[in-house]
Design a protein around this ligand. Structure first.
Ligand SMILES: Cc1cc2nc3c(=O)[nH]c(=O)nc-3n(C[C@H](O)[C@H](O)[C@H](O)COP(=O)(O)OP(=O)(O)OC[C@H]3O[C@@H](n4cnc5c(N)ncnc54)[C@H](O)[C@@H]3O)c2cc1C
Length: 190
């Protein structure tokens, strides 16, 4: 435990790095702690981020860290935060290695918990040919046969129709006996 930081940022993805940049420019003593597991790392490229369209995610994070190096009040550390306790004047933040840092403020930029279906082959294809978001990756697979895996008749129909913007060859996979009926079938085959 050395000094009291103005801010500890937990998470060094796009959100955490951006926050660190702004705080560094404001000359705030900032510690960025990151587990290096940004959610989009498996993807070949970032889709739809202005100025970085198609750029490999790891490149963006490396560039972000280079930019941050220009700001002496910002420090970075690899590791996981496992706890934080509020006390007088701020927080005591505990890392997995047992070290504790004090800070006046915290920013939680820990990202989202993406869960893909527990099906053989999905884990190794996640972010490469199995995607969660057509706006991020639909362009790269445009005009190719696409499958939508969704057992819910309402969201499945919606997603299948949405994907027809990227490909005319879309198959809705209901993962079992036909979950589709009535309106859903009519919508899909109009
Ligand atoms: C496979 C995939 C591809 C994607 N592609 C795109 C795309 O092309 N375009 C787009 O706009 N969006 C895309 N997204 C969504 C995109 O990842 C997010 O919108 C954005 O990058 C999230 O940034 P973030 O900083 O909030 O979180 P993340 O990038 O997930 O970063 C969170 C960071 O916090 C760290 N962390 C979490 N808990 C702790 C802890 N306790 N201690 C220390 N560190 C911790 C993690 O290790 C991680 O490094 C994609 C998502 C996925 C899953």
């Amino acid at each position: 435990m050395n000094e009291r930081w103005d801010c500890i940022i937990v998470g060094g993805g796009a959100a955490g790095l951006s926050a660190a940049l702004v705080l560094g420019r404001a000359r705030k003593r900032t510690l960025l702690i990151d587990g290096e597991e940004q959610s989009n790392r498996p993807a070949h490229g970032i889709g739809g981020l202005l100025g970085h369209d198609g750029r490999p995610p790891a490149e963006l994070y490396a560039a972000g860290r280079i930019e941050l190096a220009a700001y002496p009040s910002v420090d970075g550390r690899e590791g996981r935060v496992v706890g934080a306790a509020q006390g007088e004047g701020g927080f005591a933040v505990t890392m997995a290695d047992g070290s504790v840092e004090l800070t006046r403020r915290m920013i939680l930029a820990t990202g989202m918990d993406y869960r893909y279906p527990d099906l053989p082959g999905v884990a190794e294809r996640w972010g490469r040919s199995v995607f969660h978001c057509p706006f991020c990756h639909g362009w790269e697979v445009r005009d190719r046969p696409l499958g939508v895996l969704d057992a819910d008749p309402v969201t499945g129909t919606h997603r299948a129709l949405l994907l027809t913007g990227w490909s005319a060859d879309v198959t809705l996979l209901t993962n079992g006996p036909a979950a589709l009926a009535g309106d859903a079938v009519r919508e899909l085959f109009v």
